[in-house]
Ligand binder design. Structure first.
Ligand code: SAM
Length: 190
């Protein structure tokens, strides 16, 4: 599981997010971090699968990045973290440096739409960006046979179009898990 330092880093980000919500900060100014329970699930999933090549779309200030980097460290894997907002990514970089996970993470500061076509095949991808982009980014991913796509906010945002889309692709198996805000776990069987 997470070390004391990793747990502390996640807690600090999560507490700030809750405070921002409580104080009603304007939406664009808020850090919309991943629920810690979902981060823990992501970590356990990557480690138990031995998914060495991972990618996230929407790293923000970094709860999911900490979890995926900690998993990569456990299994000698690697994470590509894509985030469009430079300030959010700079904060994530500083945290990952402090946790000494730098060698496990390749940061890309860009619109995922521009860089996904150049990305190589991965074993597991995590989608946590604007909801309107989920389907097109899912279609742009290159997932290895037997690999997985995990998407957040499925229940909180009633992402029925996304769920229907991934489930009607040939060679996929998919389930919605009631963890955090709802995770769609899709296996690419082919
Ligand atoms: C819900 S937050 C991600 C939270 C993060 N996964 C965490 O665990 O803290 C969504 C993030 O997606 C980023 N984003 C939105 N559209 C994007 C795009 N087209 N390419 C890359 N990042 C994007 C936003 O800037 C925002 O930081």
């Amino acid at each position: 599981m997470f070390s004391y330092l990793e747990e502390n880093a996640i807690d600090a980000l999560w507490r700030r997010k809750l405070e921002q919500d409580e104080h009603g900060l304007p939406l664009p100014a808020r850090h919309r971090n991943l629920e810690p329970i979902s981060a823990e699930f992501l970590y356990r999933l990557i480690v138990s699968l031995g998914a060495k090549r991972t990618l996230e779309i929407g790293g923000s200030s970094g709860i999911s990045t900490i979890a995926m980097a900690a998993a990569a460290c456990q299994i000698d894997g690697r994470l590509i973290s894509i985030e469009i907002e430079p300030e959010r990514q700079a904060e994530s970089r500083a945290t990952i440096k402090r946790l000494m996970f730098e060698r496990f993470v390749d940061y890309i500061c860009a619109d995922a739409a521009a860089v996904l076509p150049n990305d190589s095949e991965v074993d597991l991808a995590f989608i946590d960006c604007e909801k309107a982009d989920y389907i097109r980014f899912f279609d742009m991913l290159r997932i290895a046979a037997g690999g997985f796509v995990v998407a957040d906010n499925i229940l909180s945002h009633s992402m029925t179009d996304y769920v229907a889309h991934v489930r009607c692709q040939p060679g996929t198996e998919s389930i919605t898990l009631p963890i955090g805000k709802g995770l769609e776990l899709t296996r690419i069987v082919r």
